[in-house]
Design a binder for this molecule. Structure first.
Ligand code: F6P
Length: 474
């Protein structure tokens, strides 16, 4: 029987759940890592429709299935495609290139070929499932060729694209041997969304310079009469849902338990990140370690809990980072710890939402110091759980979230002395100052939640259809 067609489709590299096979051969499903899933899961629960994505394991072709009320359609990847498309071109080329080349991107022609092949597979799957005139929303850097491929297959569709990571400055993007193909891939969409206005501007400039299309402000005019919009939509979280979770008696009790097991220090600082070289983990741990070494912070008074969620573990740069962090934490704890009291509690593990909420509630200071980040939803989650207006956020100015979260203690993560200063300020600020900051941060996050983000994007996408083909006028 042919699969049922749908009026609304999301296409992302990953499904919201990953398929795990235990040592005993038992199959289970686990929430996939990362901000994209955090943001889109509630959107799909509201919208309905189907979600096309990879289910996290190689060499398995699974039929579509339902999970937690969502219709999920797996796209298979071979072991070699996982290596070349996912670990290679997506995470060894595009990821570092789009994050200010904080590590050196690698350019390999076979990785590019795999990227094209897999993008086509996603486009074909979407083309076969979309009803006439359906809305298709393509997500993130792994699938930048899909809009154009899909448009060729199905010109009747309304196609949106959203990039969850930064879109790089033009000087960096130009390094990419396949820069023109990527730009043309994105131009298959009716609306291309970015986290920040700067990303949309970089894109429009590159389209002018490299593809030669005319652009006026946020509109690209194509020779065939089509128009493409490039705009910013800062992504968010299900703020109310997260707050509610953090108010449950179980989470409140667990937060107290966490503080108790840390020895009830005066200050609990916390960092929760995917273990990624863009997140600035070594910098923040070094800053905290130096404060302890300098005697400014007493190990009996403050603990730094760093959770690092395992991520992309077969990619070389991620392995190097893991070793670096292990060494750094070992050195700081070895040099500065006492029996029963270690300055850094390091957990290399992923946790369910309930436990994350309890950790946020247990923390006096949340430390988010990426060297570059599209948005950073962990910072917003922390704020959503601070319904008593207590707590402080230390936030890198290089996270997209810094544009909205102005009342955080903002830092340059490359400036270790500046970070030491900001950590101290956040720990020592008078409660009235902290409350004032947190109230403003909460207003921002609670008002601009994921529902508003999705509604705005989809409404502007619908308007793109209403406008019809362009006549070329400004
Ligand atoms: O938001 C950025 C992002 O790369 C998502 O596209 C991705 O799903 C998430 O982070 C986690 O990364 P990965 O899917 O490679 O584990």
């Amino acid at each position: 029987m042919a699969p049922e067609k749908t009026d609304f489709l999301v296409i992302a590299n990953r499904l919201p759940v990953d398929r795990r096979i235990g040592d005993d051969g038992e199959v289970s499903w686990r929430t996939s890592p990362g901000g994209l899933v955090t943001a889109l899961e509630p959107v799909m629960k509201l919208q309905g429709g189907a979600w096309i994505g990879w289910h996290g394991a190689a060499d398995e072709d699974l039929p579509e299935f339902e999970h937690d009320g969502l219709r999920l359609v797996p796209v298979p990847l071979t072991e070699l495609e996982v290596e070349e498309y996912y670990e290679g071109f997506s995470n060894g080329t595009l990821w570092p290139l789009y994050h200010d080349v904080v590590v050196t991107p690698e350019y390999h022609r076979e990785w590019w070929d795999a990227y094209v092949t897999v993008n086509r597979r996603f486009a074909e799957k979407a083309a076969s499932l979309a009803a006439q005139g359906a809305v298709v929303w393509v997500q993130d850097y792994q699938l930048q060729l899909v809009p154009q491929m899909l448009r060729e297959l199905r010109p009747d569709l309304l196609i949106g694209f959203f990039l969850h990571i930064p879109f790089p400055p033009t000087e960096l993007f130009q390094q990419l041997p396949w820069r023109r193909q990527i730009l043309e891939g994105l131009l298959g969409a009716d609306l291309v969304g970015f986290q920040m206005p700067g990303g949309a501007q970089n894109f429009a400039r590159l389209v002018r310079q490299r593809v030669g299309h005319r652009t006026v402000r946020d509109t690209v005019f194509l020779p065939d009469g089509r128009k493409v919009l490039a705009r910013a939509y800062p992504i968010s979280i299900d703020a109310r849902g997260f707050e509610q979770l953090s108010r449950t008696p179980e989470v409140i009790a667990r937060a107290q338990e966490i503080r108790d097991s840390l020895g009830n220090p005066r200050h609990v600082l916390i960092g929760i990140d995917r273990l990624d070289y863009t997140k600035g983990l070594p910098q923040r741990l070094r800053a905290f370690g130096e404060l302890v070494r300098d005697g400014v912070i007493d190990v009996d008074e403050a603990v730094f809990v760093q959770v690092a969620t395992p991520s992309r573990e077969r990619v070389h740069q991620y392995r190097l980072l893991r070793d670096d962090i292990n060494r750094l934490v070992g050195r700081i704890n070895g040099d500065m710890g006492r029996i029963g009291q270690q300055p850094i509690q390091y957990l290399h593990a992923s946790f369910p939402r309930e436990e994350m909420a309890a950790m946020y509630r247990a923390a006096d200071v949340m430390v988010v110091t990426p060297l570059r980040d599209g948005m950073n939803l962990v910072a917003k989650e922390y704020i959503a759980t601070r319904w008593d207006d207590r707590g402080a956020l230390v936030l890198s100015e290089f996270a997209g979230a810094a544009g909205e979260l102005r009342q955080a203690f903002q830092v340059n993560p490359h400036d270790i002395n500046g970070m030491k200063q900001a950590l101290l300020e956040a720990m020592q600020a008078p409660p009235v100052d902290l409350r004032k900051r947190m109230r403003a941060l909460r207003k921002q996050v609670m008002e601009n939640d994921i529902e508003r983000w999705a509604t705005t994007f989809l409404a502007e996408l619908a308007e793109a259809r209403d406008t019809g083909p362009a006549d070329g006028d400004d």
